[in-house]
Design a protein around this ligand. Sequence first.
Ligand code: PRP
Length: 219
Amino acid sequence: MEATSSEYLTIALPKGKLFSLSAELLAKAHLSADNLSEDSRKLVIENERDKVRFIISKTVDVPTYVEYGAADIGIIGKDVLTESGRDVYELLDLGFGKCHLMMAVPSDKRRGRLTDYAHTRVATKFPRIAEQFFARHGMQMEYVKLNGSIELGPIVGLSESIVDIVETGRTLKENNLTEIVSIMDATARLIANRVSFRLKFARIHRLMEDIEEILKKNH
Ligand code: PRP
């Protein structure tokens, strides 16, 4: 497949919140391309001179492109990476995109203990992480997978609670939801395809060193 040709380094970038910070970081590490924008209609953007190619993908698909080698490396949130269960190398914690995954309920429907929510319905984009978390607490739950606007779940009576990402807390507040328990912290990660990491070791390793330098300077 051309995308994994030894000359080029193919990078999967997620649309949305992580896009601009990811593109900025890579540009500082000398990996950029003209017209690299998440709004681009062109989904593959190449820089022939530096032999780098960007794939602009839906966030949840980044680990898939990387696992299958359609992209050599990618940037993705730890939350989405964990939920995906994809077999990739996690190379670096990039520090940005800080958020946490938590369980929340309508503020007027709080119960005493976490286990008091057992056997209720949870709306979430993260059913695997949620199930593992509740199983650790000996709780069986019913999961409703949603793909966005999770906070709607309890408001319209679809579920008793949600398991979702919180960044600033604004969405919870505006929808009268209260956090019950934090499940995991997340930041953006640099990931690599296992074969690409070996075949393009020198280039990927240099990139890791460059990124580590940049992150140090940012502190
Ligand atoms: C995420 C998450 C919350 C919101 C949290 O949604 O699902 O809805 O951000 O951010 P806050 O704490 O800063 O308010 P996103 O914007 O990614 O869209 P989605 O709801 O369509 O998934």
